[in-house]
Write a protein that binds this ligand. Structure first.
Ligand SMILES: *Cc1c(COP(=O)(O)O)cnc(C)c1O
Length: 424
């Protein structure tokens, strides 16, 4: 049986001729757009810093034509930079072939991506993947997974002080920051926050009422604070002994960000689950929960979780293309080289007191509370960076940042710090 819709296809082509999103949206200066923004967008993000209209590689341009070196990469998202030709063409061709199907169906890109993630994370037999659309959703799925540990008979979930796991109610319960949590209480119960990096506190907290321990191998939002290998290993031991799940939130640290596929790789531990998002789709919204081993993978059964968009053909094609590009274009090595170059350079700059992180997830502290002013000075000078704290700057650029581009920032930074201090 065939369903002829040639007429429809034809009229679609007529409409498509010479129509781009920017033609539909219209033109304007940065100031004009921002005034329209404040009358139409909810204020949860404050006032956006700039209106960005175009990107290529590690560069972006704003509505007034100004160019920026993007050292934030959409907060660790634009793994292959902006408008990467290969990633873009894979997404466009998938969208032009099959854009969306419900989860009553599957598609080859969804299955291939699940297999690829299991291979890259060296997941044992019986490991499985659930696709979501964001980091918070991946953690929300992990939270429900934890609730099913011991048939739901465990009530305690442990997370760390400084943790950021997302903004939906379950993930928010795992997130530590009071300002994010308090307005929305009561949050899902049972979550306990313990001091960061304190192995004894962890051992004392994990007991046979513990469903799961959630850890970020490097806390990104808290200013790029790494957990030690010993800590991750101790967490694995304590969880195994107590029957608790060890769940690693690699939403920010995963997919090559640290010069490895996973930041937790070197610890040599097998977690019970990992969550991924940010860099996974290379700019396209994709999240994933990976459960390790048959026992953990079967905790959520048919009907116990779901999503309309998760695992969509275009999103999974975007992730497949991103992983393929990272794997075949020497990207992990570039992350290690350029990351080391940046950290060494930063450590030598006057006013920089500490440099943390791995690969191209870098946090550095300043000798005064001028980080937000450095962000402003950076924008004026054509650099995009972020300040997760009053004296902390975070860099999470595209993984394809060149040494030369990193050098431009290092050369400019002393003046940015100077300008920031003068503006106080
Ligand atoms: C960004 C982030 C999240 C939340 O991801 P969203 O896509 O913003 O929901 C969760 N965990 C970590 C570690 C993150 O960095």
């Amino acid at each position: 049986m065939s369903h002829p819709d040639a007429e429809l296809v034809e009229s679609k082509e007529t409409v498509a001729k010479e129509t781009s999103a920017s033609e539909i949206a219209g033109q304007g200066s940065g100031a004009e757009w921002l005034s329209r923004y404040s009358s139409s967008l909810m204020g949860v993000f404050g006032t956006p810093q700039r209106v960005l209209v175009r990107g290529a590689g590690c560069l972006v341009w704003d509505a007034d034509g100004k160019e920026y070196l993007d050292l934030l990469g959409g907060i660790a998202v634009n793994a292959m930079g902006h408008a990467h030709p290969f990633v873009t063409s894979v997404i466009a061709s998938q969208l032009a072939t099959l854009g969306h199907v419900s989860n009553f169906f599957t598609s080859p890109t969804q299955i291939a991506l699940a297999e690829k993630l299991l291979a890259l994370t060296k997941a044992p037999v019986g490991s499985k993947v659930f696709f979501a659309n964001s980091g918070t959703e991946a953690n929300e799925a992990a939270f429900k997974l934890a609730r099913r540990n011991s048939s739901g008979n465990r009530t305690k979930i442990i997370a760390l002080e400084g943790a950021f796991h997302g903004r939906t109610m379950g993930a928010l319960a795992l997130t530590a920051k009071e300002a994010y949590r308090t307005p929305f209480e009561p949050l899902p119960g049972g979550v306990v926050h313990i001091p960061f990096g304190d192995i004894e506190a962890l051992r004392a907290a994990v007991d046979d009422s513990t469903a799961a321990v959630f850890l970020e191998p490097i806390q990104g939002e808290a200013g790029v604070r790494p957990l030690s290998t010993e800590y991750l290993q101790a967490a694995r031991e304590a969880c195994t002994a107590a029957g608790a799940l060890l769940i690693l939130d690699e939403v920010q640290t995963g997919i090559g960000r640290t010069g490895k596929w996973l930041a937790s790789e070197d610890a040599g531990i097998v977690p019970d689950a990992i969550t991924l998002a940010k860099g996974l789709g290379g700019g396209f919204p994709v999240g994933a929960l990976i459960t390790f081993g048959e026992a953990t993978s079967s905790l959520l059964s048919a009907g116990q979780h779901g999503t309309t968009f998760g695992g969509n053909p275009v999103a999974t094609a975007a992730a497949l293309a991103t992983l393929h590009a990272i794997e075949n274009q020497g990207v992990l090595e570039n992350v290690r080289t350029v990351g080391a170059f940046l950290r060494e350079g930063l450590a030598k700059i006057d006013g920089v007191t500490e440099v943390r992180g791995e690969g191209l997830l870098i946090g550095f502290d300043l000798d005064a509370d001028v980080a937000p002013a450095v962000v402003q000075a950076g924008l004026d000078a054509g650099f995009i960076v972020n300040s997760p704290g009053p004296r902390t700057i975070r860099l999470a650029p595209p993984l394809i940042l060149s040494t030369e581009q990193a050098g431009l920032f290092l050369a400019a930074l002393p003046q940015l710090i100077q300008t920031a201090k003068e503006s106080q």
